[in-house]
Design a protein around this ligand. Structure first.
Ligand SMILES: Cc1cc2nc3c(=O)[nH]c(=O)nc-3n(C[C@H](O)[C@H](O)[C@H](O)COP(=O)(O)OP(=O)(O)OC[C@H]3O[C@@H](n4cnc5c(N)ncnc54)[C@H](O)[C@@H]3O)c2cc1C
Length: 457
């Protein structure tokens, strides 16, 4: 057989979002590629996992205990979901940062901490612009250096900016070392922006996010389809722990470390109609609606340790966040009692174990524990690894994918897998201009290749 007619044999290492996206893109060319996916774990999906729950106890039969959601920019992720009729669901994001007076703030109702730092919030907007224009120089500088350089106060840095970044990038206690380009991109880059920068409140009031469908089911359907197209998936097949998360229903523990109830003394004055409306919303009797709960029912939480204000613990109230806990209820119904909620507390960096509140979780209420190996987006990664990728991608018959190649998001993992397949000769199937632009940027940055919409590179 002439060499040009021989099929390329492709081994994909890992069946996470990146590996599966790569295999799926290659599988569209059964005449060109023989694809085999090797996965060391017992399941596909990598960090995108679900667990079963007792519905009579928790009001839903499953929980996504790794990846939980994303914003409207997740075009590839949602496109893959929809191919198998799994639909992400919109939810209005409620966040609760810090604990107690002086430390707490939220995006649900006016908070004194936000008011006290309103000048610094505005100043941050200007600094973000400055980082944008000097990106190649200042972009790699760690956030902690930039924040100090511009003389932001200790409280603003540790109570507002760093927890916000930590929570949404999943960078935990490495956040001070994250390059400032990520901070800027997160607020300003249309392909990465999770929410709009708000010059008054930093985080906008109740922005839209999307919670993911049952990821166990989705990855199973994806696997079945790829197998039916000739892709071979080998599980388990093998070729530093920094984070531990505990899924539990210990509402007492959760309430002790996070601020999850409205308190008059944590609320700033209602000086405008907008603020009055926000307070009215937050103090309303909690009620179900399709995109979340009316009333103060946060999903994302952080609190910092009294002895180490720059270190945090993160938490999720999954019952407030994930849609399956609401879908069988009528609009206007009350949320489940708090001791029927599913919580997740995330303990970061096991060298700081002595700070963790893990021992105060009631053992009888623990549903599962998992160790995750999360990488921290330190500035060194963006100085040494990301810029070097374009020089090693494609060498020695090897292409690299995975969210680690840019930012720790499911969406980045998907685009990285598609890019690897494209480099191997698969066609990029355009379905959305926004997604195509992101693909082109990713390809240029990590492969040093220009995307040509109508032809090949
Ligand atoms: C607790 C948690 C919550 C998160 N929440 C969100 C969220 O809400 N939204 C969001 O966008 N992102 C979130 N993320 C990040 C997101 O999960 C990841 O960025 C994304 O899933 C990574 O996909 P990946 O394919 O790059 O890597 P992985 O999912 O890690 O997949 C890599 C796969 O390769 C396998 N593997 C590794 N080495 C080998 C080997 N030698 N041989 C064979 N197989 C191998 C692994 O077992 C794994 O299955 C979260 C992550 C965690 C841990």
């Amino acid at each position: 057989m002439p060499p040009e007619q021989r099929k390329k044999k492709v081994a994909v290492i890992g069946a996470g979002a990146a590996g599966m996206s790569c295999a799926a893109t290659l599988a569209k060319h059964p005449d060109k590629f023989d694809v085999i996916v090797f996965e060391t774990a017992e399941h596909v999906g990598g960090q995108a996992t679900s667990i079963d729950l007792d519905p009579s106890r928790y009001g839903a039969s499953w929980l996504n205990d790794g990846v939980q959601g994303g914003s409207a920019i997740f075009r590839y992720t949602f496109n893959f979901f929809r191919q198998y009729r799994h639909e992400p669901q919109e939810v209005k994001l409620q966040v609760s940062f810090g604990k107690g007076k002086g430390g707490f703030w939220t995006n649900v109702f006016p908070s004194p901490l936000v008011d006290n730092h309103s000048a610094e919030i505005k100043k941050l907007g200007k600094v973000l612009k400055w980082i944008k224009y000097t990106l190649f120089v200042t972009g790699v500088m760690p956030v902690k250096v930039i924040l100090r350089l511009f003389r932001f106060s200790f409280d603003f840095r540790n109570k507002m900016v760093l927890p916000l970044l930590a929570l949404f990038l999943g960078t935990g206690n490495q956040t001070p070392n994250v390059p400032s380009a990520l901070l800027e991109r997160l607020f300003d880059d249309p392909n990465m922006r999770l929410w709009d920068y708000d010059p008054d409140t930093l985080l906008p009031n109740l922005p839209s996010m999307y919670t993911f469908p049952n990821l166990g089911n989705f990855y199973r359907d994806w696997t079945d389809d790829l197998c039916s197209k000739g892709v071979k998936i080998k599980i388990p097949c093998e070729v530093e722990i920094v984070e531990r998360d505990v899924t539990h229903s210990d509402s007492k523990h959760f309430h002790n470390i996070f601020e999850n109830r409205f308190r008059e003394d944590l609320c700033a004055k209602a000086t405008s109609k907008e603020r009055k409306d926000q307070i009215l919303f937050a103090t309303s009797e909690p009620q179900r609606r399709k995109d979340g709960w009316i009333g103060f029912q946060p999903m994302y939480y952080t609190h910092s340790y009294a002895t180490h204000p720059d270190k945090i613990e993160m938490g999720f109230d999954c019952t407030n966040y994930q849609y399956q806990f609401r879908e069988n209820l009528e609009d206007g119904s009350s949320p489940p009692e708090r001791d029927r909620h599913m919580f997740q507390t995330i303990f970061l960096n096991d060298v700081e174990k002595d700070l963790w509140t893990i021992d105060s979780i009631d053992e009888d209420k623990v549903i599962c524990r998992k160790w995750w190996c999360q990488w921290g987006h330190r500035w060194q990664h963006y100085l040494r690894v990301v810029p070097g990728l374009m020089f090693i991608n494609g060498k020695n018959h090897t292409l690299f994918g995975g969210s680690w190649t840019l930012v720790n998001m499911h969406e980045v993992a998907c685009v990285s897998g598609i890019a690897a397949a494209y480099r191997l000769g698969a066609t990029y199937e355009a379905f959305d201009e926004f997604a195509e632009e992101f693909f082109a940027k990713y390809l240029l940055l990590t492969h040093g290749v220009r995307y040509k919409p109508s032809g090949r590179e």
